[in-house]
Ligand binder design. Structure first.
Ligand code: MD6
Ligand code: FE
Length: 216
């Protein structure tokens, strides 16, 4: 694994290879932060962050919302994508142009052409929030990659294998980093360790993550 982290302004687009088909683009989203944050604020007014219930009956420590045609949800009946926000019965807020442009550019930077996400899951972590090991397998098309953007506090991403019990590696994700993965890595287990409270200068004691997928 190369380990380039450059603090120049404008940011350099350093790329770390974390799997045969998985990449971390350090600072790739930094030029877009000033556009992304107000867009999230607008989405939140229509579809607020909320803590959903897992099929097993646990309340997620991560709060989530969505934008785009399809939104990922969970409740006692299972995980699924729906066109409506179950809290309002209304369609999810549209995916802002700037979001899809960023996702496509990141995918393109590591060789996935014409990525056209129709779902963007937005996760908000507070100190102590975590995401247990899981696979992203509710999407119809596993050929499309997933693009994941991190903002705010640093998180430790756990990157495993194709079985839950496979050994995991730890990857720190910083404000502005973008993870792209697909191909043979598309169904690898992954998660986020409990977030430490090390406030971020711009976002304070939170981390926002959005993951773009082709769900429908
Ligand atoms: C997160 N991310 O970074 C959670 N899934 O907060 C994910 O679950 C994820 O980062 C698929 C691909 C990339 C991801
Ligand atoms: Fe995931």
């Amino acid at each position: 694994m190369t380990n380039l982290r450059l603090f120049d302004d404008p940011p350099q687009k350093a790329c770390e290879v974390i799997g045969p088909c998985a990449f971390v683009l350090r600072g790739f989203a930094l030029p877009d932060v000033d556009t992304l944050l107000p867009a999230i604020a607008a989405i939140e007014t229509r579809s607020p962050f909320r803590h959903m219930l897992t099929p097993g009956g646990f309340t997620m420590s991560v709060a989530l919302t969505n934008c785009g045609t399809w939104g990922w949800t969970t409740d006692r009946h299972g995980y699924r994508y729906s066109r409506q926000d179950p809290a309002s019965g209304q369609p999810w807020p549209a995916m802002p142009e700037a979001f899809s442009r960023l996702a496509r550019a990141a995918a393109n930077a590591v060789g996935f052409d014409a990525f056209a996400p129709d779902a963007c899951l937005i996760n908000r972590y507070l100190p102590g929030s975590r995401l247990s090991l899981h696979q992203d397998r509710n999407e119809r098309d596993f050929n499309a990659p997933i693009v994941s953007v991190s903002l705010g506090m640093t998180a430790i991403f756990l990157f495993g294998g194709h079985a839950r019990t496979d050994k995991t590696s730890k990857v720190a994700l910083y404000h502005g980093d973008v993870v792209v993965w697909g191909g043979e890595d598309r169904l690898r287990y992954h998660g986020i360790m409990p977030l430490k409270d090390e406030p971020h200068p711009l976002l304070g004691s939170q981390r926002i993550n959005f993951t773009f997928r082709k769900a429908g």
